[in-house]
Write a protein that binds this ligand. Structure first.
Ligand code: HEC
Ligand code: HEC
Length: 157
């Protein structure tokens, strides 16, 4: 009996270690215009990954959107801009600090997670399946559902 309960305790603590830090989740609210206009070149980033003012900066500057030009009619642009700012409810791990260039990938929290990872070599970032730091879906299959999990992350090679 004693050894059995020891085993049970061990299994429980193993499960605890495995699932206590399960994954980080960010809500994925839906807006048809956002899906249509903002998932053409990359997946539609969940609004909670940037503070409201970053989204404002991004939607104010769409004709000079990083290396692209994004041209929307003003009604659609306003709908998307307002929706992004209203839905930018940042989880604690994202925080509310505006990252440089309004990039998720330049936020402190993002850098602190990815930079120290020994698995993420220069070769990985240059892989044709990854190409960009911002290509979250290449490694996080759950990203479209707002799920990021260090344990189930798949690194393409
Ligand atoms: C014509 C293509 C195109 C469209 C359409 C587009 N984007 Fe982008 N977006 C880009 C490019 C190119 C980058 C830079 C990607 C990179 O550095 O890998 C980018 C980057 C971003 C980033 C920063 C990602 C990061 O953390 O580095 C955000 C946020 C973003 N886009 C939001 C939007 C929103 C909101 C819309 C819709 C209004 C949109 N994008 C539509 C091309 C596009
Ligand atoms: C080339 C692959 C790759 C790309 C692209 C990538 N990540 Fe990651 N991500 C990882 C790896 C590997 C980890 C686990 C790091 C560790 O803890 O060792 C991770 C961890 C995370 C975590 C923490 C998960 C947890 O369990 O706590 C979050 C949140 C996250 N990534 C978000 C993003 C977002 C948002 C993007 C896109 C803007 C992105 N990642 C792009 C590989 C990637």
């Amino acid at each position: 009996m004693q050894t059995l309960s020891k085993w049970v305790l061990m299994v429980i603590s193993l499960l605890w270690v495995t699932f206590s830090h399960a994954q980080r989740v960010v809500p994925v609210p839906a807006l048809t215009a956002y899906q249509q206009e903002c998932s053409v070149c990359h997946f539609a980033y969940p609004p909670g990954l940037l503070p409201p003012n970053s989204w404002k900066n991004i939607t104010d500057a769409l004709p000079k959107h990083f290396t692209a030009n994004v041209l929307l009619n003003s009604d659609t642009q306003n709908v998307i801009a307002n929706w992004l700012q209203t839905n930018a409810i940042n989880p604690e791990w994202v925080g509310t600090q505006i990252p440089p260039d309004n990039r998720i990938t330049r936020a402190d929290w993002w850098q602190q997670i990815h930079k120290p990872s020994k698995k993420l070599t220069a070769k990985v970032w240059k892989s044709p399946y990854v190409k960009s730091l911002a290509n979250c879906t290449a490694c996080h299959r759950g990203a479209p559902n707002g799920e990021y999990n260090a344990k189930t992350v798949v690194i393409p090679s």
